[in-house]
Design a protein around this ligand. Structure first.
Ligand SMILES: Cc1cc2nc3c(=O)[nH]c(=O)nc-3n(C[C@H](O)[C@H](O)[C@H](O)COP(=O)(O)OP(=O)(O)OC[C@H]3O[C@@H](n4cnc5c(N)ncnc54)[C@H](O)[C@@H]3O)c2cc1C
Length: 405
């Protein structure tokens, strides 16, 4: 892609602050702000359709500052979070395979995913309901069946599970790097610039620390930085601190991705998720709920011993062979919406400006389909999936909505 150099473009007067130039660069296409998990996918899908794309992100692909770092994200189709997502989860499953083919890169490990809960618990019931509503193949397992199939799991009688075979996990850092590479191969131009301000109008003006771009359209996918960047839009979003820990398995043979699935466990009023021992990473576990509201500038990056102890305790109870030596622990961020549904679509009153935010800790599995949908929106094509329930215009996405812990 070829966007003009500022010195060749007409000046439209002061752009103000942060060292940005006064000149506006005209971008006859889409500026993508943020090239992490979602933005890099949007840039790829746009560029692959021949569209002009300028991507802006001050950080290197695969960085660890945002929400798309590490080596594993669960990918499921029978979506307990809401059957209305299933058209998107099934499309994403197809697109993960297409992305692997297009890139020649292995991203997906099809380990299956097992959801475990006390009998009658919402996690298993909602997963089964989503599977039934959409005819997805899952197995409803008793505690005995879980122990027989997956000896690593210690699940007491009185518990149950649902196993989804067409599920597993993807490598987020490799995915971001892959989308970067493919987007650029298709002509997208990426610049290491930090966006300082966006004027959301018919032809949005995106100002960075070095330049100002007047685009036909803008897509904002700024992860946990979005609350600051989109502050003027009236969207209700907040970054939230989360902790993840890795432990060395004491019984590696029973805990690899060929012997056990990814998992989620509803336990003691909390929802835990985790991954088999993979690629020397050990068994990884995190808690989906809870955490403190934060910002990328102020997040506490130090993990407290009690946070690691809680996660170790869950493994000791449900996967005792996984609770070996501490390997790693770190904090990271979700970007929460008030109803934990994504905020996806055109900003109200700004039809050339599109956002993907409020992803509430469950968007990575959707990354390829979110890229496709954002490309549709930016090119004026009606997406083939119903995304109305994710609208930025819904009451729960607006500033007046409360965000629960
Ligand atoms: C610990 C953890 C576990 C998770 N587990 C799962 C899971 O198992 N399954 C699942 O589906 N999802 C999971 N998620 C959620 C998923 O990873 C996120 O929803 C997804 O990664 C969000 O991607 P993003 O593109 O919004 O954000 P990011 O990938 O963080 O990208 C945002 C980008 O914006 C850039 N940026 C910021 N400010 C600016 C600026 N001013 N100018 C230009 N660029 C800017 C940043 O540098 C960054 O590259 C998990 C998330 C976390 C944190």
């Amino acid at each position: 892609m070829d966007v003009g150099h500022p010195s060749t473009c007409r000046s439209r007067g002061a752009t103000g602050g942060s060292g940005a130039t006064d000149a506006e660069v005209r971008v006859p296409g889409t500026v993508v702000v943020g090239l992490g998990g979602i933005g890099s996918a949007a840039a790829y899908h746009l560029a692959a359709r021949g569209a002009t794309v300028l991507g802006l992100d001050p950080r290197l692909p695969g960085h660890r500052d945002g929400s798309s770092h590490g080596r594993s994200r669960l990918v499921r189709q029978a979506y307990a979070e809401g059957p209305e997502y299933v058209a998107l989860t099934t499309a994403a499953w197809r697109l993960w395979h297409e992305l692997e083919q297009a890139s020649g890169t292995r991203l997906l490990t099809e380990s299956g995913v097992l959801a475990v809960a006390p009998i009658g618990g919402a996690l298993v019931a909602d997963t089964l309901a989503a599977a039934r509503a959409h005819g997805l193949p899952v197995e409803h397992l008793t505690a005995t069946a879980i122990r027989d199939r997956f000896p690593a799991f210690r699940v007491a009688d009185g518990w149950e599970g649902v196993l989804e075979r067409e599920a597993g996990f993807v490598d987020p850092e490799a995915t971001v790097r892959t989308h970067h590479r493919l987007a650029q191969e298709h002509g997208a131009e990426f610049r290491a610039e930090r966006v300082v301000d966006i004027a959301f109008g018919a032809h949005p003006l995106v100002r960075t620390d070095v330049a100002a771009y007047r685009a036909d359209r803008v897509v904002v996918a700024a992860g946990p930085w979005a609350p600051e960047l989109l502050a003027a839009t009236g969207l209700r979003i907040v970054a939230r601190r989360k902790v993840v820990a890795h432990f060395a398995p004491t019984d590696p043979r029973a805990l690899g991705a060929d012997a056990m699935p990814g998992f989620s466990i509803q336990h003691d009023g909390h929802l835990y998720y985790g991954f088999p021992d993979h690629d020397g990473q050990g068994v990884k576990i995190g808690r989906h709920d809870g955490g403190e509201d934060t910002t990328p500038d102020t997040i506490d990056r130090v993990v407290r011993p009690d946070e690691v102890a809680e996660l170790r305790g869950v493994l000791e109870r449900f996967l005792p062979g996984a609770a070996g030596a501490d390997l790693d622990a770190y904090s990271c961020m979700y970007t929460m919406s008030s109803d934990e549904d994504f905020i996806l679509g055109a900003l109200p009153g700004a039809p050339a400006c599109f956002v993907a935010t409020g992803c509430s800790g469950h968007a990575f599995k959707f990354v390829p389909v979110l890229g496709e949908v954002l490309a549709d929106l930016a090119l004026g094509v009606r997406p083939r999936y119903d995304i109305g329930f994710l609208s930025p215009d819904r009451a729960a996405a607006r500033a007046s909505a409360a965000i629960d812990r």
